[in-house]
Write a protein that binds this ligand. Structure first.
Ligand code: CU
Length: 151
């Protein structure tokens, strides 16, 4: 009687430990970036950038900041009723994707160190809460370029 109680207690302890170690069972965020481009800026000081971030993992992630070699400051903007405003971060849902596109969310490059020209590539580092830094080579397209992959 006493022995089986002790064995049951040991078994429960083992189960609790296993439960602690195995986590929730969902996979980590798995990010990829596609369709990145920057329209050649009209301004000497500001440019916009667009891209799509896909998360194939089972955990959400968050774009917390952006840096680039061509700009002193890169921020994430959303467009609400035609007015741009800065957002602190952008959530990338598990198994989902976010699309930064003309007329909507976009990257805002300010304090340009040089003016990006069509045919060049701009290096952009996307910093995520869980996945660390993802580096993107963003091609500079014509000022009027629109991607033909629709919405
Ligand atoms: Cu903007």
């Amino acid at each position: 009687m006493k022995r089986s109680a002790a064995r049951a207690a040991a078994l429960i302890a083992a189960l609790v430990l296993a439960g602690c170690g195995s986590g929730s069972g969902s996979s980590a965020a798995e990010l990829s970036v596609s369709s990145a481009y920057m329209p050649q800026p009209v301004s000497d000081s500001m440019a916009a950038g667009f891209l799509t971030i896909t998360n194939k993992g089972g955990t959400e992630d968050e774009l917390t900041s952006v840096t680039s070699d061509v700009a002193g400051s890169v921020t994430v903007h959303e467009t609400v009723d035609g007015t741009m405003r800065e957002v602190d971060s952008l959530e990338v849902p598990a198994g989902g994707r976010i699309r930064l596109a003309s007329g909507g969310d976009h990257l805002m490059f300010e304090k340009l160190k040089r003016k990006p020209l069509q045919g060049e590539k701009v290096t952009v580092e996307l910093h995520f809460a869980h996945s660390g830094t993802v580096e993107v080579e963003m091609p500079v397209e014509s000022a009027t370029y629109t991607p033909d992959n629709g919405n």
